[in-house]
Write a protein that binds this ligand. Structure first.
Ligand SMILES: [Zn+2]
Length: 445
C-alpha cells in the first residue's frame, strides 16, 4: 500500500517517461504524466508536476521513452527456440512430419525444455513481451523457468493422441497436465489451461473428454484451428465437418476457447466465433513463413470477435519479437484487403496488449495502464537516429524496429530488464548451454 504522510505519498517506483500509452482508448497518448507502482500494482497515474509530492524507492527518469503495457504473446512453443533455423522454407505438413516431430522424439527432455524456454524468455523479455502463452512438453519445467525469470505465463499443457517423451497416452497427458495445474495454482505468475494440439491429432472421444473436464474445472482451452486449407479439407473428408464444427459439437467452442491461426474461414465460421464468443490468436509471421494462409482479421474485428497476437514457435517465425508481429499483422491486413486503412498502427498495438489480455482472460489485471492493474509495463527508447523524426508515436512503435529499443521491463512491479540488460537470466551461462545444443542438433542436418 502507498502511504500518505503530510501530503507526501510513498510508493515503490515512480516512472517519468516522455509519453504514456494507456491503451484504454485506442490511439490515446499522455504527455507530462508519471506512473507509480506500489506492491506490484499501478497505484497512481498523475500529472508530472504532482510527482514532487511523491517519494519512491526507485525513480526512473526516461524522457526519450514511451511507457506502455507489456506486450502479450498469446501463442508459442518456447523450447522450440532451440530448433530456430534448423528447417526453414518447407511446407507445414512435411515440416512437422519429416523434420520437427522426429527431432522432438529424439531430443525432447526436461533439459531441452529448460534451456530452450530460457532462451525464448530471454528474447521475449528483451523485446518487450511480459506475458507469454506456451504449449509444449514438460510444461512444469516451462512454469519453473518462467517463475525464475519473473515472467508471466499461461501454460496450455499439451494433449495429443500419440505418445511423446513427456506422456505415453491421452490419459497420461491429462493426468500430468492437471497435476501440474494443481502444483502451480497458487503462483501469481502462472495460469494453466488445456492445450489440445488440434482436431487432427485428437479423436472425437478425447475432445469430448477434454470438453467435460474443462467445463467441470471452468478453465480455458487453447487449440490450433483452421491453420491451413488442407486441415479444413481433411476435416470435411473425415467426418463431413469443418474443424470448428467438430469443436462446437464436442462442446469446446466458447468464450474461454483460444483458437490459434484461423486462416481458413467462411462466413459461417465467423458467425460461429461470434455466437460462441470464442477468442482468436493471429500468428501472421508463422502463417506467412509456412504458407499456411492469411487470417481475415478485419472481418473478425468487424464481427466483434476478439483477436490477440502470437509469434508461434521460433522454428516457424523465426524470432519471438512481438513488435515485429504488430508490423506484420498491420501490413498483412492491408494487402489482404487491398486497403491501406486496414489495421492502423494504434489498432495493431491494441491487439498486442489489451486484445491479448482478453484472449487469455486476464484483461482485468493486465493489458492497459490503469490504476489497480498489475505493474506489467515496458519502456521503449525513441532516441535512436533511425527512430527520427517522431511525428507519430504509434507509427514509430509499430512500423520501426521497436523490439530492439526496449530498455526497461517491469512485471508485477519487479524490474526484469533495465537499460536493455536482463536482470533475471545469466546470459553467459545460457549461451554456453545453447552452444552445446547447437553442436548436437547440427548433426541432424
Ligand atoms: Zn503453434
Amino acid at each position: 500500500m502507498s502511504r500518505i504522510t503530510d501530503g507526501i505519498v510513498t510508493v515503490d517506483s515512480i516512472i517519468n517517461p516522455g509519453w504514456v500509452l494507456p491503451i484504454t482508448r485506442c490511439g490515446e497518448i499522455l504527455k507530462e504524466t508519471s506512473v507509480a507502482i506500489t506492491d506490484g500494482i499501478i497505484s497512481h497515474i498523475i500529472p508530472r508536476e504532482k510527482s514532487k509530492n511523491f517519494i519512491s524507492k526507485k525513480n526512473f527518469e526516461l524522457p526519450n521513452h514511451v511507457l506502455l503495457p507489456g506486450l502479450i504473446n498469446c501463442h508459442g512453443h518456447a523450447a522450440m527456440s532451440l530448433l530456430r533455423g534448423l528447417a526453414d522454407d518447407i511446407p507445414l505438413e512435411s515440416w512437422l512430419q519429416n523434420i520437427i516431430w522426429p527431432i522432438e522424439r529424439k531430443y525432447i527432455s526436461e533439459t531441452f525444455v529448460r534451456d530452450g524456454t530460457e532462451l525464448a524468455i530471454a528474447e521475449m523479455l528483451l523485446s518487450g513481451t511480459t506475458t507469454f502463452s506456451d504449449m509444449y512438453f514438460f510444461p512444469e519445467t516451462v512454469a519453473d523457468v518462467a517463475i525464475k525469470s519473473g515472467m508471466r505465463c499461461q501454460i496450455s499443457f499439451p494433449i495429443l493422441d500419440f505418445p511423446s517423451n513427456w506422456a505415453e497416452s491421452t490419459d497420461e497427458y491429462l493426468k500430468k497436465g492437471l497435476a501440474m495445474r494443481d502444483n502451480f495454482r497458487h503462483v501469481d505468475l502462472i495460469s494453466t489451461i488445456f492445450g489440445p494440439h488440434s482436431t487432427y491429432t485428437l479423436n472425437e472421444s478425447s475432445l469430448v473428454n477434454i470438453s467435460t473436464l474443462a467445463s467441470e474445472l471452468d478453465i480455458g482451452v487453447q487449440i490450433h484451428l483452421h491453420e491451413t486449407n488442407q486441415e479444413v479439407v481433411q476435416g470435411l473428408a473425415k467426418n463431413d465437418e469443418r474443424p470448428i464444427e467438430t469443436l462446437l459439437k464436442v462442446g469446446l467452442l466458447g468464450p474461454k476457447t483460444q483458437c490459434v491461426h484461423m486462416t481458413e474461414l467462411n462466413s459461417e465460421d465467423i458467425k460461429l466465433l461470434n455466437q460462441t464468443g470464442a477468442q482468436v490468436i493471429h500468428c501472421p509471421e508463422s502463417n506467412m513463413k509456412l504458407a499456411s494462409g492469411i487470417s481475415p482479421i478485419n472481418k473478425l474485428l468487424d464481427a466483434d470477435i476478439n483477436v490477440g497476437l502470437g509469434t508461434d514457435g521460433a522454428a516457424s517465425n523465426n524470432d519471438l519479437d512481438l513488435f515485429g508481429e504488430l508490423k506484420s499483422a498491420a501490413l498483412l491486413a492491408k494487402i489482404n484487403t487491398m486497403d491501406a486503412t486496414s489495421l492502423t498502427a494504434a489498432e495493431a498495438l491494441t491487439l498486442g496488449t489489451l486484445g491479448g489480455a482478453k484472449v487469455l482472460g486476464m484483461d482485468k489485471s493486465i493489458g492497459t495502464i490503469e490504476v489497480g492493474k498489475l505493474g506489467d509495463l515496458i519502456a521503449v527508447n525513441l532516441d535512436h537516429v533511425a527512430m527520427q523524426p517522431i511525428h507519430d508515436i504509434f507509427s514509430q512503435l509499430v512500423y520501426l524496429n521497436s523490439g530492439s529499443q526496449v530498455t526497461h521491463s517491469w512485471i508485477q512491479g519487479q524490474l526484469v530488464v533495465q537499460d536493455s540488460k536482463l536482470l533475471t537470466i545469466d546470459q553467459t551461462d545460457l549461451r554456453q548451454r545453447i552452444l552445446n545444443w547447437q553442436k548436437l542438433l547440427t548433426n541432424e542436418l
